[in-house]
Write a protein that binds this ligand. Structure first.
Ligand SMILES: [Fe+2]
Ligand SMILES: [Fe+2]
Length: 205
C-alpha cells in the first residue's frame, strides 16, 4: 500500500518548489533583453511549434478567403480574412516571446539566411526528389520558388547593406507574378520570363 500521506506531502512540496521556480525564473520577462532570463527549453519549443502552426493557419485562411471570394461568398471570405489576421497576431506574439523579432539589420540577415538555404539546399533537394519520383506538379512548384528565392536573397542583401549603414534602401515598384512568384523591381515584363503569364498577372507593391 502506498503511503498517501507521504505522497501528498511530496506532491505539495513539489508544487511549492515548482511554483517558486517558475516565478523566480520568469523575473519580468517583458523587460529588455539584457535582464531577460533565458527561456526554458520546453516552453521555447512549444512557442516555436505554436508559431509554426499559427503561421500556417494564417496562410491557409488567407488562401481559403480567396476561394470564397471567387465563389461569390464575400462574408465567408471576410470571416477567413479576419481570422487569418487573428492567427497572425498569435504568431507574432509567440515569435516575440521567443525573442526572434529584432532590428531590420538582424531581421534581414535572418531573411537572407532563409532564402539562401532554400536556394542552395532545400529546393535543389526537393526538385531532385520530385524529378526522381516523376511528380511534375511538385517539381514545377519547387522550381518556381527556387528561381524567385534567388532574386529575393539578392534583394535582401541590398536592403541589408542600406540598413547596416543606418538608412532605408533605394527601391522602385516591385512586381510579383501571381502565378509563379517571379519578383521584379521596376516594371512588369510583358510576359513572365519564368511561367509566361501575361503582364496583367503581375501585382504591384
Ligand atoms: Fe523567397
Ligand atoms: Fe510567373
Amino acid at each position: 500500500m502506498p503511503d498517501y500521506g507521504t505522497v501528498s506531502y511530496i506532491m505539495y512540496m513539489y508544487s511549492e518548489v515548482s511554483c517558486w521556480y517558475n516565478i523566480s525564473h520568469m523575473k519580468e520577462p517583458w523587460k529588455s533583453g539584457k535582464e531577460m532570463v533565458k527561456m526554458r527549453k520546453m516552453t521555447e519549443a512549444n512557442l516555436n511549434s505554436a508559431y509554426a502552426g499559427e503561421s500556417m493557419a494564417h496562410m491557409r485562411y488567407s488562401i481559403f478567403a480567396d476561394v470564397a471570394e471567387a465563389e461569390g461568398k464575400p462574408n465567408i471570405a471576410k470571416l477567413f480574412r479576419a481570422i487569418s489576421f487573428a492567427e497572425r497576431v498569435h504568431a507574432t506574439n509567440h515569435y516575440r516571446e521567443v525573442g526572434a523579432i529584432n532590428s531590420s539589420v538582424q531581421n534581414l540577415q535572418v531573411a537572407i539566411d532563409g532564402e539562401t538555404y532554400e536556394v542552395e539546399e532545400m529546393y535543389p533537394a526537393y526538385k531532385a526528389v520530385a524529378e526522381l519520383q516523376g511528380e511534375k506538379g511538385a517539381f514545377r512548384s519547387a522550381d518556381w520558388a527556387w528561381k524567385a528565392e534567388q532574386i529575393h536573397a539578392s534583394m535582401y542583401q541590398k536592403a541589408k547593406q542600406a540598413a547596416a549603414d543606418g538608412r532605408d534602401m533605394q527601391l522602385g515598384p516591385v512586381f510579383i507574378c501571381e502565378v509563379c512568384g517571379h519578383t521584379v523591381e521596376g516594371n512588369a515584363p510583358d510576359r513572365c520570363p519564368v511561367c509566361q503569364a501575361p503582364k496583367t498577372k503581375f501585382r504591384k507593391f
